[in-house]
Design a protein around this ligand. Sequence first.
Ligand code: NI
Length: 184
Amino acid sequence: MILPIVAYGDPILRKKGSLVQKDHDGLEMLIESMFETMYESHGVGLAAPQINKSINLFILDTSPFEDEKYPNLKKVFINAEILEESGEKWEYEEGCLSIPHIRENVNRKPSILIKYQDENFDVIEESFDGIAARVIQHEYDHIKGILFIDHITEFKKRLLKNKLLNISKGNIDVSYKMRFPTLR
Ligand code: NI
């Protein structure tokens, strides 16, 4: 089922996602719907708060990047915890399905060590770097109530003020289904 994506301005995007229990009602279906929703909107990652669920769950499929190191990285992260970030920060232009038509350079460290549970609730500790780490860091931020625009300078953020206001009011053209905070 394709779910509407929560737009910038909705308070749920600022909440920390709670831990997911193994018997979480309808979890398998929810994960399936998240993949469907992500593909429909041409995203490479999607976090549960973006579909109005304040839980520690995100998914990704980085295959559009054609990254040699991770050619078909399609994954579910439950109760994720980044244990370590390392390396010299590098700049990369990020976007977000909740903040359409805005892209900004964000600095993040290139390598991470993350502990998470997969869709079978097996505990995994894994390292990622480059683009894969970048997508994970972006989605992990969502679980903590952080958005990529929080990483840009106040000056740049001021320049985006009107665009952001328009997104929260639903005054944008977007090709996928969204849910706007002020139109409820
Ligand atoms: Ni995002």
